[in-house]
Ligand binder design. Structure first.
Ligand code: CAO
Length: 528
């Protein structure tokens, strides 16, 4: 098998371009024309393809290296039957458009004699010589009519399969007309824009002057053509993706993470954010009145404050859940007279441990028992299927200075009330300190919202999708309860169970709540 050295081909006037991405590694099998690495200058990034098929034996460059024509890129073990005549691969592949910065400077055709430029003559800015490329797509337009354009300011970005480049203006002036739009195909000589020469601007030569590349003035995100193409296919706004590569370059992994984040609801694109207030204003619901616009200051002094980040996130989630889930709430009361006495006694016994047990910890344990008995409550809707969970993770709403958060206690079926109390204390502290991570808030089966420490009788908690139920607890109170002979003072805990009526019938919800009440009234039922 012959070894083939692959070197950087003729890349025009580029003297030293940086390797920003390695697309293959030793051991990879590469096909003819497959991109091997991406190099980048100030104005263009391009992929260097392989002219031979074979197996990469060793890479000779690394990210950050500066390369020029003739730099050894890698050594290939050429595939059997592959043409190996050219041991050194230097010619530019037909598909590779390597554009020298000098050539990138836009050609200027001046409608009036050059001296008129200073008096504001019209200047046609054309696509310059862009190498072997027949047609390239306009992927970004940086300017609009009325913009004052400086010499060398990037006007548009064009892109082929293998390279993307910015086309700068060689003249200063005011943009009169832009003659291209995103998606247009252009080639050498296509009219990009008409400029009105700035008064006092240096008259330009009639053909493209050789210019050294300068800093990119456009807003093009730092990414290779492949990544940009992939982003366009997926509809990802690349400008919103954080790049983790060198100099903030966006890698394929960054793009994938962004898409995953959007799909999981953890990340919102600017377009989604912009739509959210419109939906709040009724715009998302045809036929509804718009949200009332009131000048509150007309009625008295006011102060405006931005919603906290957590309020924005929890608000969007609550809104979606309220609108999309058909909620019904079943209210009941549990007799916790004996359990409260036991709780008080337990806390006395454990005074020194520092762990205080509240009613919530007992309710969490009782809910596990109810979930076992009514598995529909431990399920999630997935299209036309129900996913029944075999684990018991319970979320609890925690009130924090920044807003509502729902940390999740894991595997509560395997834990005792004391351990549940201790873990709840830790998670509630983490929530209040703003230190909960995504892993602390995912994987719940059902949530509990306890307002018992504050007050109220019953309320309507909103289900935490994709869960199908949420239990609300209000403040327990002494009530006269008829025992058949007389009224007895009993400590009653209000239970408010909101459920997704697509999954749970009203009768099941009433049974769940009644069973929960029985367990709390006599905790020995947990053992059954
Ligand atoms: N009835 C009467 N008293 C109750 C009670 C109940 N159902 N539940 C708790 N209490 C008492 C506790 O025993 C404690 O009393 P002491 O101070 O005398 O010991 C006091 O109320 C405060 O309890 P707590 O709030 O510290 O502890 P908890 O375990 O009940 O709740 C937590 C923990 C994190 C859930 C809670 O602090 C919290 O943040 N609750 C708010 C949840 C919320 O905002 N829900 C709404 C979501 S929808 O917008």
């Amino acid at each position: 098998m012959a070894l083939v050295e692959v070197k950087v081909p003729d890349i025009g006037d580029f003297k030293a371009v940086e390797v920003i991405e390695l697309l293959v590694k030793a051991g990879d099998t590469v096909a003819v024309d497959q991109s091997l690495l991406t190099v980048e200058s100030d104005k263009a990034s391009m992929e260097i393809p392989s002219s031979h098929a074979g197996v990469v034996q060793s890479l000779k460059v690394k990210i950050g290296d500066k390369v020029a024509e003739g730099t050894l890129v890698l050594v290939l073990e050429a595939a059997v039957g592959a043409a190996v005549a050219a041991v050194i691969v230097t010619p530019v592949q037909a598909s590779l458009a390597v554009v020298a910065p000098a050539a990138v400077a836009a050609i200027v055709s001046v409608a009036a004699p050059a001296p008129d430029l200073a008096r504001g003559a019209a200047i046609n800015v054309l696509v310059p010589d862009i190498g072997d490329l027949d047609e390239v797509a306009v992927i970004e337009v940086f300017v609009k009519p009325g913009d004052a354009v400086k010499v060398e300011q990037s006007l548009i970005t064009v892109e082929s399969d293998k390279a993307s480049m910015e086309i700068p203006s060689s003249h200063a002036g005011v943009l009169k007309e832009i003659r291209v739009k995103v998606g247009d195909k252009v080639k050498r000589g296509s009219l990009i824009a008409v400029l009105q020469g700035a008064a006092g601007a240096a008259p330009a030569p009639l053909a493209a002057p050789a210019q050294a590349p300068t800093a990119v003035s456009g807003s093009l995100p730092h990414a290779s053509p492949t990544i940009r193409r992939l982003a366009r296919e997926l509809g990802v706004p690349l400008a919103e993706v954080n790049g983790s590569g060198s100099k903030g370059r966006i890698t394929q992994e960054d793009l994938q993470d962004f898409v995953k984040g959007v799909m999981a609801g953890a990340v919102q694109t600017a377009a989604q954010e912009a739509r959210a207030p419109a939906a709040a204003a009724g715009a998302g619901f045809p036929g509804l009145l718009a949200w009332p616009q009131v000048d509150f200051a007309k009625f008295g002094p006011v102060e405006r404050k931005d919603l906290s980040r957590i309020k924005k996130i929890s608000g969007a989630n609550l809104h979606r859940n309220w609108v999309l889930i058909p909620h019904v709430t079943n209210n009941d009361d549990a007799d916790i007279t004996e359990l409260e006495a036991f709780r008080v006694a337990t806390n006395k016994e454990n005074e020194k441990s520092g762990v205080k047990v509240t009613m919530l910890a007992f309710v969490i344990k009782a809910v596990v028992s109810a979930l076992r008995k009514f598995p529909d409550f431990n399920a999630s809707l997935d299209g036309e299927q129900l996913v029944y969970k075999q684990y018991f993770n319970i979320g609890f709403a925690a009130d924090t200075p920044n807003g509502l958060m729902v940390p999740v206690l894991r595997d509560v079926d395997k834990k005792g009330v004391l351990q549940i109390s201790a873990e709840m204390g830790e998670l509630a502290k983490k929530a209040r300190d703003g230190k909960l991570g995504p892993a602390d808030m995912t994987g719940g089966c059902i949530s509990i919202s306890s307002l018992g420490g504050i007050g109220g009788t019953h309320f309507t908690p909103i289900i935490n999708a994709p869960e199908v139920a949420i239990l609300g607890l209000s403040k327990s109170a002494w009530q006269p309860v008829w025992d058949g002979m007389a009224f007895q003072p009993r400590l009653m805990l209000p239970l408010s169970l909101s459920y997704d009526h697509r999954v749970i019938d009203g009768a099941s919800a009433a049974r769940f709540n009644a069973y929960l009440g029985q367990v709390l009234a006599d905790f020995r039922r947990v053992l059954l």
